[in-house]
Write a protein that binds this ligand. Structure first.
Ligand SMILES: *[C@@H]1O[C@H](CO)[C@@H](O)[C@H](O)[C@H]1NC(C)=O
Length: 299
């Protein structure tokens, strides 16, 4: 148990390290986060949804052992990124009424567990869509202008580090489970549709003044604990078909990043390769402080 707990923290920290490449030391005033359960620091506590992470064992390794709504034993990658940039060690949730706009000025998460690039994914668990998250960002920008003044708000918005961490639920909670999208789209067409939605979200943030944007690719979907457990062919092992899907979608995201950097003036958009780093940890856990294979369920 305790080694698995330690491992989750290592994974978040290593992903944070990848997210940070090319950023550290450039004076980032805020970390601004969009996405799903990998990035929700507590927003879902304040909306009507089943997707909640505000009860034990969530948060048992968080400061004070508090279940904050993060879907983690401890902090999320965005929290480590914030700390590494000299900002607070935990990124507050936008919908948390106890946070003032002054506290949110150095970082905020608009993410909502269970959401996807596809609006239909968000509907399944009544999560906030990316469009709603960006509406909140627009509202946040207005509040910053009132609270900090035009120049300071402009500085924060234009120099902040934006992180998008979303897409896993579109496959695991939507396309591969429900026939709604499966009957409408072939897999390549659905991938193209999702990439279009990602482009729409990045353009919206750019239109509101965001420039430094990290777009996280999918993790090895087939190696997530739940997918290993229900793997029909080899229970306990990674589902290689799902991993192929993730790789295929990630290749599309990488091409998209290239196109958007060319299209959007001043954009510094980067693709974040979560797939490789997580695969490396799963394949060689001992190199990351683990003495036995991570999440190994078959015994
Ligand atoms: C999701 O819905 C909003 C409006 O509610 C729309 O503007 C947006 O384009 C939709 N996203 C996708 C990917 O269809």
């Amino acid at each position: 148990m305790s080694t698995q707990r330690g491992m989750a923290a290592v994974v978040a920290a290593v992903v944070a390290h990848v997210l940070l490449c090319h950023v550290a030391g450039e004076g980032v005033p805020a970390v601004i986060v969009f996405g799903d359960s990998t990035a929700d620091t507590g927003n879902n506590n304040f909306i009507q949804t089943m997707a909640r992470g505000n009860y034990p064992p969530y948060g048992r390794d968080f400061a004070g052992g508090v279940a904050t709504g993060r879907f983690s034993n401890g902090r999320l990658a965005a929290d480590f990124v914030s700390e590494a940039l000299g900002l607070p060690p935990a990124v507050p949730a936008y919908l948390d009424p106890s946070r003032s706009i002054h506290q949110l000025a150095s970082g905020v998460s608009f993410a909502s567990a269970g959401t996807g690039l596809d609006n239909v994914t968000a509907q399944i668990l009544s999560a906030m869509t990316l469009t709603q998250q960006i509406d909140h960002f627009r509202q946040y920008k207005e509040k910053l202008r009132w609270a900090k003044g035009e120049a300071a708000a402009h500085h924060i918005i234009s120099q902040a580090l934006y992180i998008f961490s979303v897409g896993t639920s579109d496959f695991l909670q939507n396309y591969l489970v429900f026939p709604i999208r499966g009957s409408e789209f072939t897999l390549p067409r659905y991938e193209a549709y999702l990439a279009g939605a990602a482009a729409e979200a990045v353009r919206a943030v750019h239109g509101l003044g965001g420039r430094r944007v990290k777009l996280a690719g999918l993790p090895p979907l087939g190696c997530l604990p739940v997918e290993r457990t229900i793997n029909p062919d080899r229970p306990g092992d990674c589902n290689e078909m799902y991993n192929m899907m993730a790789l295929s979608f990630n290749a599309r995201l990488k091409r998209l990043v290239g196109r958007l950097n060319w299209e959007l003036p001043g954009a510094q958009l980067e693709y974040v390769d979560q797939y490789s780093i997580l695969s490396a940890i799963i394949a060689r856990p001992w190199e990351y402080g683990q003495s036995y294979p991570v999440m190994h369920l078959a015994s």
